[in-house]
Design a protein around this ligand. Structure first.
Ligand code: PEP
Length: 252
């Protein structure tokens, strides 16, 4: 039985005080629920304040970075390392979000190095995969997804990978208000699971959690969550409003 995981990706939004206020409001609405693992993903600069808030309020909320470098230290101007994240209580890290692939030149090889490094450092990677509208319309979704999953997990330690998360986020659904249908998402997510089985092994494929992301909101979450292979959601816009995010967390 896989525990659902719902993560809120705040992207480049919120100053530290706003981030802390959002976590405080959110916790007021979700404390007591234990069935879903909840994770917030603030920008780097907000992480110390949010980490302190979560720790001092004894909140059962995971803390994710939105990116990291694979090395622990060195001449990598502008980058943040896994050991730095761990120092601030970070537990999860989004890797290969489509905005990083699109705007910052991230490649499948870079994603793979980051995934392996996160696993080695005891961080839970949330590895994002997804096709563009053009690729979907050309009938390339399956190839694109299989390739991204295979490359992203190449030579990953399967025992460690059991605990990781993959987010299927079709690019055409991100921030557009046009979510995939639950059945379309399930079809691709079950393909992701089969690909994990082929790349690593059947046990890992069974244990790994796979989220859907792309215009998830309080009205459509339960339909996604009713699918057999969908274990949660990566939520962008709706995670910036405590009430909406809390409704998504309390989907059932
Ligand atoms: C995202 O950026 O990961 C995302 C899914 O955004 P939104 O929910 O706003 O579509």
């Amino acid at each position: 039985m896989r525990r659902p995981i719902i993560a809120g990706n705040w992207k480049m939004n919120l100053l530290p005080g706003q981030a802390v206020a959002l976590v405080d409001d959110l916790w007021g609405m979700i404390s007591g629920q234990g069935s879903v693992e909840v994770v917030v993903c603030p920008p780097f600069m907000d992480i110390p304040a949010v980490s302190e808030m979560i720790g001092s309020g004894k909140m059962d909320i995971g803390l994710a970075a939105q990116n990291m470098h694979w090395e622990e230290s060195g001449a990598f101007t502008g980058e943040v390392s896994p050991t730095m994240l761990l120092k601030f209580g970070v537990t999860h890290v989004i890797i290969g979000h489509s905005e990083r692939r699109q705007f910052f030149g991230e490649t499948d090889q870079g994603v793979n190095r980051k995934v392996r490094s996160a696993l080695e450092h005891g961080l839970v990677p949330i590895m994002c995969v997804g096709e563009t509208l053009k690729q979907r319309e050309a009938g390339d979704t399956e190839n694109v997804i299989v390739n991204q999953v295979k490359c992203g997990l190449f030579e990953a330690d399967s025992a460690r990978a059991n605990g990781m998360v993959i987010a299927y986020e079709p690019l055409w659904a991100i921030g557009t208000g046009k979510a995939a249908t639950a059945l379309d998402a399930e079809e691709v997510i079950s393909l992701v699971r089969r690909t994990v089985s082929e790349t690593l092994n059947a046990e890992t494929a069974d244990r790994i959690r796979i989220q859907y992301g792309g215009s998830v909101n309080p009205d459509n979450i339960s339909e996604f969550m009713s699918q057999q292979d969908i274990d949660g959601a990566l939520v962008g816009g709706a995670s910036l409003k405590a009430e909406d995010f809390a409704k998504i967390v309390r989907f059932s």
